[in-house]
Ligand binder design. Structure first.
Ligand code: ATP
Length: 365
């Protein structure tokens, strides 16, 4: 994703581009191989820097996100990341800081985002002809705030009878994500930014997020701004998907709403994403590690490949990014290249090879 918040782009076509790679687990390794294959087909010389996270890191450093891996992520600045299996009930992770203090995070994914100061998770979703049926017109980008909200990670038990969680919303993070969304809309010819919230119930937290949104909206008179309750937004996206353009929301609503949009487009396997901060960026599919289909060569690699296209654009290679996106659309228009989640017969690499072939054709896809 490009934005004024992005790290400086290095657009020299001949220079080798260093990119971190987290192979993940579950379907991670197979879709990583597919995405690397397609990105290399663009002709951009890429040096992949493997960064051990989770099991691999544990074997070497007895920690799923050791300081060594965080340092590598910071140094390389731009990383392609496959999904990691999230332990549903015991995901908490503690990371040692350079000053010797410790930070505790609710999950490994959350820890990566927060250690790198990544603050927004843009998730673009477009309908695909022949796949998305009545949602072909879908073309929205959800800008999910990723540093706070109910995923902030402060939960406690009250004996065995209850548990509570803190929903943290700050003015600083709310203004920052709203500004990112409006900057993006203005720079990309998007007509409208919609804020999703539940400020009628959560007057203080979502109320603050909404007030910050309108404050920033006033700085962008050429971009239309409106807001919707999250429940109403779920209703409207089913009834009139074309109503949505750029959407900005607190962490949890963004997590859920973007999966809903991906489902309407046809599969979680079609939904790319980025995590952007002032110094670093991590590009990853919106879906999880899909352990139910892992290791079978069945996974749809499109979401990670499209995340790779976002990464190319972020690095200043817009022409190559366009070629990859067009190639994905053109390949998936061919029913024989669709993976099982899209009702097709293709395996992960077969689909990737079909995409890479189109990337290599003169004029891209
Ligand atoms: P998480 O909590 O990490 O998001 P999850 O199990 O809730 O994990 P996913 O791993 O995204 O969610 O999987 C949800 C469903 O979507 C599973 O049935 C999975 O097989 C399917 N799925 C997810 N990603 C893909 C993909 N790339 N290709 C095919 N099917 C996928």
């Amino acid at each position: 994703m490009s934005s004024s918040n992005a790290p400086p782009a290095s657009a020299s076509p001949s220079e080798t581009q260093q990119v971190g790679v987290i192979r993940g687990n579950g379907i991670g390794p197979e879709i990583t191989e597919a995405a690397q294959y397609v990105l290399e087909a663009t002709g951009l010389p890429i040096e992949w820097i493997p960064i051990p996270i989770a099991d691999e890191a544990f074997e070497r450093h007895e920690h799923p996100l050791p300081p060594e891996s965080v340092a590598s992520l910071r140094e390389v600045r731009v990383t392609l990341k496959a999904p990691l299996i999230v332990n549903k009930l015991q995901g908490r992770i503690t990371c040692r800081q350079p000053d010797g203090s410790e930070m505790s995070y609710p999950s490994l994914n959350n820890a990566i985002r927060r250690e790198l100061a990544l603050f927004v998770n843009p998730r673009p979703i477009r309908g695909f002809p022949g796949i998305s049926e009545k949602y072909e017109a879908l073309d929205l980008v959800t800008m999910r705030e990723i540093t706070e909200d109910i995923y902030f990670g402060r939960e406690h038990q009250i004996g065995d009878l209850a548990a509570e969680a803190v929903k943290r919303i700050t003015r600083e993070a709310s203004l920052r994500v709203a500004r990112y969304a409006f900057d993006y809309a203005a720079a990309n010819g998007r007509r409208r930014v919609t804020c999703l919230h539940k400020a009628n119930v959560l007057n203080m937290t979502d109320g603050l997020f909404l007030r910050c949104f309108h404050e920033v909206a006033a700085e962008f008179p050429d971009v239309e701004a409106d807001d919707l309750m999250i429940d109403a937004a779920c209703f409207h996206i089913i009834r009139s998907p074309e109503r949505f353009d750029v959407v900005v929301c607190p962490n949890q609503y963004g997590d859920i709403f973007s999966d809903l949009a991906a489902g309407l487009a046809g599969s979680l396997g079609l939904a790319p994403g980025a995590n952007i901060g002032p110094a670093c960026a991590v590009f990853e599919a919106s879906h999880g590690a899909a352990p139910d289909i892992a290791g079978k060569g069945l996974a749809n690699p499109a979401a990670l490949i499209l995340s790779g296209a976002l990464m190319l654009r972020h690095l200043g290679h817009a022409d190559r990014a366009d070629a990859v996106e067009e190639a994905v659309r053109s390949a998936l228009a061919e029913p024989t290249l669709r993976t099982r989640d899209l009702g097709g017969p293709a395996g992960t690499m077969e689909c990737a090879r079909g995409i890479a072939e189109r990337v290599r054709q003169p004029g891209g896809g």
